[in-house]
Design a protein around this ligand. Structure first.
Ligand code: GLY
Length: 381
């Protein structure tokens, strides 16, 4: 067990930065960089000037998540996301500055930007979590813009999925106990190709297969004054049981921030992340004197304790300390992290892959693994 020994830290101040889960988040954090540096944000879903926050990091986190929500090329977040098993979209998200400044929203069906609605909850109520129709109605009352969340492409994917279940051609690996299709785990193809932002389809090797899989954008930010914030946005598990909510809207699960200690965000299978309170565990490890890599390892060791994982399972975590130093890790190969700081924007592999040989894939999918998926673990940053 780690004890808090902050004086042993040797980290130096890294300046302002934003980091995000998956390579597709690079565009999102690039778009928010000027806001982090003090530029204006134009978040049209909430009234300007009512924020109690004294930092631009919250604006930058919100802007980054909103950017991903609008990206139709991302099949796990916002308007590009996939619906539940009834063919209806539902979005989850959260925003957090500290254990007394956070909020989440779950199962929004009519509003595209869960992070913005969560921020409204945080700033205009005393509550920390709203869900379902009432969360949408709360957003309506606060003048957030409602819209149809199901894209034509997602509707088509849903129809294909339904048809594959009717005719029995659905891949058995994709079947969950309750009959929803869970899909193969997400594998990040990196940027540049037409697969960018598609964490699932390009790697399955199953031509014509319905898209499946899921993953969240989680963003951690630190401004020049050292203020920390985090946000998450997701459409959750594709073709999920209606009403299912994952880790993303819940503090300690999909995200956690403890000012002057650090922040964390998790992505992957929400049920596993929630089961171990992954983001809380990571930040608590830092708080007790652990290094960033200790924090990542602690999350992975707790995942080990959950027992054998199923093929579609994945958990990845990014941890930032109070100085802006970052470490990241994934349980299995296939995860990438995006960074924007004064040195520019870039995508890189995680610092560690806990089970590098455990790709959890059937032979048919193995050949499609992205090259950058096969990475060596690195030492402490
Ligand atoms: N990690 C996102 C979800 O499980 O919904």
């Amino acid at each position: 067990m780690f004890r808090r020994m902050p004086e042993t830290r040797t980290s130096s101040d890294r300046g302002p930065s934003l980091v995000g889960t998956w390579s597709f988040s690079l565009a999102a954090i690039e778009s928010a960089w000027s806001i982090l540096l003090g530029g204006n944000s134009s978040q049209d879903d909430r009234a300007a000037g009512d924020s109690e926050s004294n930092s631009c990091v919250l604006d930058a986190i919100e802007a980054a998540c909103r950017h991903a929500d609008l990206d139709q090329g991302v099949d796990s977040v916002g308007i590009g996301g996939l619906p539940d098993s009834s063919g209806r979209m539902s979005l989850d998200g959260a925003i957090m500055e500290s254990p007394v400044r956070f909020a989440g929203v779950a199962a929004l069906r009519r509003h595209l930007h869960p992070v913005s609605v969560a921020r409204l909850v945080m700033e205009r109520t005393e509550h920390t979590l709203l869900c379902g129709d009432d969360a949408d109605e709360f957003a309506d009352r606060h003048a957030a813009t409602a819209r149809d969340l199901l894209s034509d492409e997602a509707r088509e994917a849903f129809e294909k999925w339904k048809a594959s279940r009717r005719d029995g051609s659905a891949d058995p690996i994709d079947q969950s106990k309750d009959g929803s299709l869970l899909g193969l785990r997400p594998l990040d193809p990196g940027l540049g190709g037409e697969s960018a932002g598609r964490l699932f389809r390009p790697n399955t090797g199953r031509e014509g297969a319905a898209p499946a899989g899921h993953d969240t954008i989680g963003v951690l930010g630190r401004d020049a004054a050292g203020n920390l914030a985090a946000g998450c946005s997701t459409s959750g598990l594709p073709f999920k049981v209606p009403g299912r909510v994952g880790d993303s809207p819940i503090a300690g699960h999909g995200l956690f921030v403890q000012p002057e200690v650090g922040s964390a965000t998790a992505t992957g299978t929400g049920e596993l992340i929630s089961g171990i309170c992954a983001s809380f565990v990571a930040v608590e490890t830092l708080r007790r004197g652990g290094t960033l890599l200790d924090a990542v390892r602690e999350v992975m060791l707790r995942i080990d304790e959950l027992g054998p994982l199923r093929p579609h399972h994945q958990v990845a975590v990014i941890v930032m300390d109070a100085f802006g130093n970052v470490a990241s890790g994934a349980y299995r190969p296939g995860f990438l992290i995006a960074t924007r700081d004064e040195g520019g924007g870039r995508v890189s592999g995680p610092d560690l892959v806990h089970r590098p040989e455990d790709d959890g894939l059937p032979e048919s999918a193995r050949d499609g693994l992205a090259k950058n998926d096969r990475q060596e673990s690195k030492d402490d940053p």
